[in-house]
Design a protein around this ligand. Structure first.
Ligand code: PBG
Ligand code: ZN
Length: 322
């Protein structure tokens, strides 16, 4: 008798039958960077294939994506007036609420609209909250975040996604939403968000790099695994509907462990640096882009992610890589 694992690897049909991990278009969320103005579509230097869109151009691009099965988008606002407290992040004149209502008016429930809730693209200092003597104040920042989340909900957002890492923000946002009759607006929390060099290209895209210092007093230390479980647990207790681990590739162990700890759906964010590294290597002919991208996607799913936020989603769907 010989045990030969290779028997199950003989043909594509056989391999597909015994595959342990499957991907579906339902898992993908595609991020967009929205800017004020009109007629604007400009590629972001640090992120080839990703653009700044004004709302009119955004509508056209989302329509194209929908045809290929991208029915969930995550919106970031860029280019609003910056201030000390980031107050241009809320109110119906603000770019994200404008984009949300335009998208929901045009596509209704054919499109799920998720919004990033954080003020670093709206503060003059580039930190994710209200800054005092170099420290980001926690509870003062909560008020700004609740206002931002509420203005997204008022515009029609289906899901708000706080990415700031202040303590207690999920509870504060949940209470704010519920008090204003938005009990059906869901919260996808960036629960386990590490202070990471992988966000480099995003900070060019969102013009959100901190002028001074770094984000280590609020984002997590990447040496910590138990603390990641604590953050995930806290967000669940505070009322998050979906948890998230970010970045994704270097944190597959964390994805697996959070998946085991919670009964909530789990997302991972395949961030800008992970994307741009693949794009740059593929452009140089060092790796096969489709091969690398799909290997990464399966790795996220195999680790335990139910939902994958990725800038590769359009390539995957438009080019039929699934
Ligand atoms: C804002 C935010 C960041 C990302 C998502 N929301 C940047 C940061 O925290 O510095 C990163 C996304 C990416 O790199 O693709 N807080
Ligand atoms: Zn931020």
């Amino acid at each position: 008798m010989s045990i030969r694992p290779r028997r199950l690897r003989t043909t594509p049909i056989m391999r597909n039958m015994v595959a342990e991990t499957r991907l579906s278009s339902d898992m993908f969320i595609y991020p967009y960077f929205v800017v004020p103005g009109s007629g604007h579509k400009e590629e972001i230097g640090a992120m080839p294939g990703v653009y700044h869109f004004s709302v009119d151009e955004l509508l056209k691009d989302v329509e194209k994506g929908l045809k290929h099965g991208i029915n969930k988008v995550l919106l970031f606002g860029v280019g609003e007036e910056k201030s000390e407290d980031g107050s241009s992040s809320s109110g119906d004149g603000s770019i994200v609420p404008k984009a949300v209502s335009a998208l929901k008016n045009k596509f209704g429930d054919d499109l799920m609209v998720i919004t990033d809730v954080c003020v670093c693209a709206y503060t003059a200092h580039g930190h994710c909250g209200v800054l005092e003597e170099g420290y980001v104040l926690n509870d003062e920042t909560l008020d700004v975040l609740v206002a931002m989340a509420l203005s997204h909900a008022e515009a029609g957002a289906d899901v708000v996604a706080p990415s700031d890492m202040m303590d207690g923000r999920v509870e504060a946002i949940r209470d704010g939403l519920d008090d204003n009759s938005f009990e059906n607006v869901a919260i996808m929390s960036y629960s386990v968000k590490f202070a990471s060099a992988y966000y480099g290209p995003f900070r060019e895209a969102a013009d959100s790099a901190p002028g001074q210092g770094d984000r280590k007093s609020y984002q997590m230390d990447f040496r910590n695994r138990r603390e990641a479980m604590k953050e995930a647990d806290l967000d669940e207790t505070e009322g998050a509907d979906i948890l998230m681990v970010k970045p994704a590739l270097a944190y597959l162990d964390i994805i697996t462990e959070v998946r085991e700890q919670t009964n909530l759906p789990l997302a991972c964010y395949n961030v800008s640096g992970e994307y741009s590294m693949v794009k740059a290597a593929a452009k140089q002919g060092l790796v096969d882009e489709q091969g690398i991208v799909m290997e990464n996607m399966y790795a996220f799913a195999r680790a335990g992610a139910d939902i994958i936020i990725t800038y590769h989603a359009r390539d995957i769907m438009d080019k039929g890589w699934l």
